[in-house]
Design a protein around this ligand. Structure first.
Ligand code: KG4
Ligand code: ZN
Length: 344
């Protein structure tokens, strides 16, 4: 049994967690930065990096104290090394390097997307490779076949905005506040999803990819028309997103080698409408549906510690001069798609 310390700082969550290789979460400490960024309506990279620098070391101490452990008890130190806002990534990675050097422990550089991708295995012992993963976060919208640790086939990605980005921008347009995803979900509960006609970008298209930018623009037009309540636009938007995801997944499911499980991860996986659609889809395809609890969907340290545990078990550790990477695709073989071909 190994104990792994995991640090996360790639966006606006500073987090440190201790997880064991036999799936026990010994501690997870997290400091959000919503209050720092709210006035700007989005994450400001420089402010985020400074807040990570302020909070990272105290959070490591909190996690160790909560678990009743010292650094000596830890077997390896993992940190997000990308992709993400580079200032923040550097804070977590440099902290991990310093701790690894001081305590003479191995360092593990974790791809943040691999943290999300493997997180369902932390809570579900029966989830074996391979599985089909919908990774939906603030920065990404990808369909992946997870073959094993460090082994991914990207089957589809967004050609423009990430799905969480569409939630966040729509929330801003609708004046629903920050962070946007949960705000849109709350507002949608009070709205009529059939009230506002919105497009379904790429629905029925003969390609596997996703697109959300047009939907966001349609939300802007609906809002500026003054004809609709914000709650109705939010509900109609959430339904449109859900239907687009379903259509795109059905396209791929009809064409790929089947897997036993359909898995969702990333911040948008906390959305109940998205989860309910995926559960129905999995039932239709006789797949098991696996979704982590909400706190494990949004950014956290436990998923980085767990990815670290999986990599450690596979003998994958990194040298102290490993680089922080603003972009880091999970599947380097995947071809750039039209539109935003620069996505990780
Ligand atoms: O995975 P995550 O915490 O950070 C990234 O790696 O991007 O995902 C954050 C994204 C944000 O865009 C946020 O608005 C979205 O996940 N999100 C949600 C919900 N909770 C978080 N989107 C829709 N419904 C939610 N309940
Ligand atoms: Zn994330």
């Amino acid at each position: 049994m190994a104990i792994i310390l995991g640090l996360e700082s790639s966006c606006d969550e500073t987090a440190a967690a201790l997880v064991t290789s036999d799936r026990r979460i010994l501690a997870h400490a997290l400091a959000g930065q919503e209050d720092h960024h709210r006035a700007f309506g989005g994450v400001v990279p420089e402010i985020a990096a400074r807040a990570h620098a302020d909070m990272m070391t105290p959070l490591v101490k909190v996690a160790l104290d909560d678990a009743g452990l010292t650094l000596d008890d830890v077997d390896a130190i993992a940190a997000t090394a990308g992709p993400g806002l580079i200032g923040g990534v550097m804070v977590g990675l440099v902290t991990a390097k310093a701790l690894a050097m001081a305590a003479d422990k191995p360092l593990i550089a974790v791809n943040h997307l691999e943290g999300h991708a493997l997180s369902p295995r932390l809570i579900d012992e029966a989830l074996d490779f391979p599985y089909l993963l919908l990774l939906v976060s603030g920065g990404h919208c990808q369909l992946l076949r997870v073959n094993g640790v460090g082994n991914y086939d990207r089957l589809a990605t967004t050609i423009d905005d990430a799905v969480g980005e569409a939630f966040d921008k729509s929330a801003k347009i609708l004046g629903l506040g920050f962070p946007g995803g949960p705000a849109v979900e709350q507002a949608a509960k009070l709205g009529d999803a059939t009230a506002v006609p919105l497009p379904r970008p790429l629905k029925g298209a003969d390609e596997p990819h996703f697109s959300f930018a047009g939907l966001k623009s349609a939300v802007l037009r609906a809002q500026t028309s003054g004809q609709y309540r914000a709650e109705d636009i939010a509900a109609s938007f959430q339904l449109a997103v859900t239907e687009c995801l379903e259509d795109r997944l059905e396209y791929s499911l009809a064409r790929i080698e089947p897997t036993k499980a359909l898995v969702v991860a990333g911040g948008v996986a906390a959305n109940e409408a998205v989860r309910a659609m995926l559960q129905r889809l999995a039932d239709r395809y006789s797949m098991r549906f696996v979704a982590p609890p909400h706190w494990l969907c949004t950014d956290n340290g436990a998923m980085i510690a767990w990815a670290g545990a999986e990599r450690f078990a596979a003998g994958l550790t990194d040298p102290l001069d490993v680089l922080a990477r603003p972009r880091w695709p999970l599947d380097p073989k995947a071809e750039a798609v039209r539109g935003a071909g620069v996505r990780a």
